[in-house]
Design a protein around this ligand. Structure first.
Ligand SMILES: [Zn+2]
Length: 227
């Protein structure tokens, strides 16, 4: 089992960019690797959010469904999240988040970050994309059909990873944020958020492990460098 605040990642993001995402491993199997995480399901079918050891799929309606052992992920990042820095803030947004963290965790610009925010969110603009229309449809094509929605005045949890720029072939560079409501009924991949009366918890991650797939599709196609 990975130690707290290490990231365990299954596969590399460039497989999705290329549309290699038919197969993978059950998300429930990866719950031993972390209790918080982000990813997608096979064929890029929506978004996966793991919070407090429970895994959910965010569906195109903005709903959240608890994942079953048959739900397979082709890409997932997870960590046993144990915050090392915590603060309460009257307001916080996607635009101010990294500046706030830079003040709280100096010297972390080249590290991964695991971030959890709890509070009330007057506005969250979210998207849900997928599934693929045909095998090998690329991530850019799938995201072109994304559905964008708005959650208003929701209480809940934002979980996010920040990945440094030099990981661009393997990881989701910059901030990658997902929302899950307090009643665990709605959620999605965040495009913008505004929070009030939030608690912000952060862990700086300096160990990052990537498990490459053993699937036939991964073995049979060369994953290209990012364009
Ligand atoms: Zn996402």
């Amino acid at each position: 089992m990975p130690a707290p605040n290490e990231i365990y990642q299954y596969s590399v993001i460039n497989t999705l960019a290329q549309g290699i995402c038919d197969d993978g491993v059950p998300v429930t199997q990866l719950l031993t690797k972390g209790d918080h995480g982000l990813g997608t399901l096979a064929k890029m079918d929506g978004e996966v959010t793991i919070v407090d050891g429970q895994a959910y799929q965010n569906t195109s309606s903005g709903g959240a469904r608890t994942l079953e052992p048959c739900d397979v992920t082709p890409f997932l990042m997870t960590t046993h999240f144990r915050p090392t820095t915590s603060v309460t803030l009257p307001t916080l947004s996607d635009e101010t988040l990294l500046d706030v963290i830079a003040g709280l965790c100096p010297g972390s610009a080249n590290s991964f970050l695991a971030i959890r925010i709890e509070g009330v969110f007057p506005q969250i603009k979210y998207r849900v994309a997928g599934p693929q229309c045909h095998p090998h449809e690329t991530m850019a094509e799938v995201v072109e059909r994304q559905r964008v929605g708005l959650f208003e005045n929701q209480r809940g949890v934002v979980f996010a990873f920040f990945a440094p720029g030099f990981t661009h072939a393997s990881s989701v560079v910059g901030l990658h944020l997902h929302f899950l409501s307090a009643d665990r009924k709605v959620g999605g991949h965040i495009l913008q958020f505004d929070g009030v009366d939030v608690s912000l918890e952060v862990a700086v991650v300096r160990k990052y492990t990537v498990q490459l797939p053993e699937t036939e599709e991964f073995s049979s196609e060369v994953v290209a460098e990012p364009r």
